[in-house]
Design a protein around this ligand. Sequence first.
Ligand SMILES: Nc1nc2c(c(=O)[nH]1)N[C@H]1C(S)=C(S)[C@@H](COP(=O)(O)O)O[C@H]1N2
Ligand SMILES: [Mo]
Length: 199
Amino acid sequence: MSFLRGPRLSAEKKDRIPPGQYYTEKWPVLHYGSVPSTDLRTWNFRVWGEVEEPFSITWAEFKALPRKEVHTDIHCVTRWSRLDVDFSGVAIQTVLERARVKPSARFAIAHCEQGYTTNMPLEVLDDDDVLLCDTADGEELTPDHGYPLRLLVPKRYFWKSAKWIRGIELVTEDQLGFWERYGYNNSADPWKEERFSGE
Ligand SMILES: Nc1nc2c(c(=O)[nH]1)N[C@H]1C(S)=C(S)[C@@H](COP(=O)(O)O)O[C@H]1N2
Ligand SMILES: [Mo]
């Protein structure tokens, strides 16, 4: 049947594919620019902005934080969806609590290598399936998928899941990130097909 793209899916799995998406078993690689190389000896991760306790931690300190696993589906605005991925890393709440986010903080900006940013309301970031993630399906992230660390925000299109993340800034006013300035939808809910701005 020509309208089926890719492998056949059970009804249960079909219901997990948002409108306008197709199922893939592959994990495509998408980003702007080149894959950065990371030296874990100089790598750090910062939280700053509207917080009581801005901090910077090394890779060793990051790896000593409590771990969490998230089993989820991911949806890219270029229309592929991948189901049942096992991610592991550190719950976003672990770093937000350590920084003691001020009540004035309303939005978060993820800052990555080479200046890539993505933005979201604090309540979108502060969700129980959001991870700072360093493994996928039991393997360390590969360089092209964000090694050593990426953000995972499963309820939004995948461009909000910033690769090569180096910090989070909490702000009072929203600031568009890289793809959001380029015309991608600021909210990016795949179940509402919020792909591009103006839609
Ligand atoms: N640092 C950074 N993160 C990024 C991007 C980027 O250009 N730079 N692109 C985003 C986009 S558009 C997508 S679809 C996903 C793709 O992630 P993947 O290559 O692991 O599938 O990464 C997101 N994270
Ligand atoms: Mo994307």
